[in-house]
Design a protein around this ligand. Structure first.
Ligand code: CP3
Length: 340
């Protein structure tokens, strides 16, 4: 039994006694307690692949920051790895794939992920659920197929994503073959996360904003929609960073919640998505401001989302150099200002 199920009720479209709040990328990144655990290990991957430690850093923000949900500590890149493309996490730089997908033959060499290869994630979920003991719900997650595809083609982050986008024009069929494989892998993976205990799911389309609207429908939203159709056990949130023009199409997708980034307008999103719960969308940079500024910006945000089912969050992941005290203050502000 969950003692605090505010976020699940809000996701289902119910009115809640106050607005639930959590932060994208709340586990890791900002907490000294996370860095202490991380320092004793060979690297990021060891932490992700050691269920007891992944569970520990998943729970840290619940204890320290007072958020209304935990999100399992892992990474979206475990899917390409389980498909046959290993990633490395380069200190201070980010993900790097020594081998990328360049040809159709490279896709032939990949497989649809076997959930058995991701059992460290399911074990971490089981341990986390046991240790949370119903304090707050646990969010499972995956990257959206387009975002995963981008990493598999580019081999890392990119300013233009021109290699990944080139393929959509040069060989759409090849692109679709890979996107299908990622989608199938992701569905199997998310189902197992739910079986292990995830109470809700978020799909991160971090690189949604680099596509033109028509291509976004064909090469991203179509696959997100397939994932949402396949997951009916728990509420699903879709967060497509930068894809404000896709909001009308999101109304027709079988997800419960739509995440907004800080470029999106809650008033217009509300009109377009009257059948959904909204999540977001404070500019992560607002947390560099004074407490007064944070309180003011939070109040503005809460007013903008109004009296509808809503989950407070930032408009993207919390930035690594944010002061945890400011994050804590933001969470307190949401709790105090939104209570009836
Ligand atoms: O949200 C959480 O707190 C749970 C853990 C989580 C991580 N990655 C841990 C992590 C989640 C949900 C992710 C998702 C993720 N990973 C996304 C989608 C969300 C987004 O921010 O748009 C993306 C694009 C990635 C890929 C990725 N992983 C990048 C670009 C980097 C390097 C930069 C950075 O710090 O985010 C990572 C590494 C990573 N993933 C770290 C953490 C805590 C930092 C590495 C470390 O501790 O050594």
């Amino acid at each position: 039994m969950l003692k605090n199920d505010l976020i699940l009720r809000a996701a289902r479209g119910e009115k809640t006694e106050r607005t639930p709040v959590w932060l994208m990328r709340q586990a890791g990144r900002i907490l000294p307690e996370y860095r202490a655990v991380r320092k004793s290990l060979s690297g990021f991957k060891e932490l992700v692949e050691t269920p007891e430690l992944a569970a520990e850093v998943t729970i840290q923000p619940v204890d320290i920051l007072g958020v209304d949900a935990a999100i399992i500590f892992s990474d979206i890149l475990v899917i390409p790895e389980a498909m046959g493309l290993t990633y490395e996490m380069v200190e201070q730089k980010g993900p790097h794939f020594p081998k990328t997908v360049e040809s159709s033959k490279d896709i032939d060499a990949l497989k649809v992920a076997d959930p058995v290869d991701l059992s460290y994630v399911f074990d971490a979920i089981k341990i986390t659920k046991r240790e949370l003991d119903g304090r707050v719900p646990l969010i499972g997650f995956a990257g959206a197929p387009w975002t995963i595809f981008s990493y598999m083609i580019e081999g890392g982050g990119s300013k233009t994503f021109s290699k990944a986008r080139r393929l959509l024009y040069a060989d759409a069929e090849m692109a679709e073959r890979l996107l299908e494989m990622i989608t199938e892998s992701t569905i199997g993976y998310l189902k197992k996360q739910i079986e292990a205990g995830a109470d809700m799911i978020q799909v991160f389309d971090s690189w949604a904003g680099v596509l033109p609207p028509e291509q976004y429908s064909q090469f991203s939203l179509k696959y997100i929609s397939k994932i949402c159709d396949a997951i009916d056990e728990v509420p699903v949130t879709v967060f497509a960073k930068g894809a404000w023009w896709a909001l009308p199409d999101m109304a027709d997708i079988d997800c419960r919640t739509v995440g907004l980034d800080w470029n999106m307008n809650p008033h217009s999103a509300r009109k377009i998505l009257n059948n959904k719960t909204l999540q977001g969308n404070l500019d992560p940079c607002a947390l560099y401001g004074s407490n007064e500024t944070i309180r003011h910006e939070t109040e503005k945000m809460l007013n903008a989302f109004g009296d509808h089912p809503y989950i407070a969050n930032l408009g993207h992941g919390v930035y690594p150099d944010t002061d945890p005290q400011k994050v804590k203050y933001f969470i307190e502000c949401v709790k105090n200002l939104s209570a009836y």
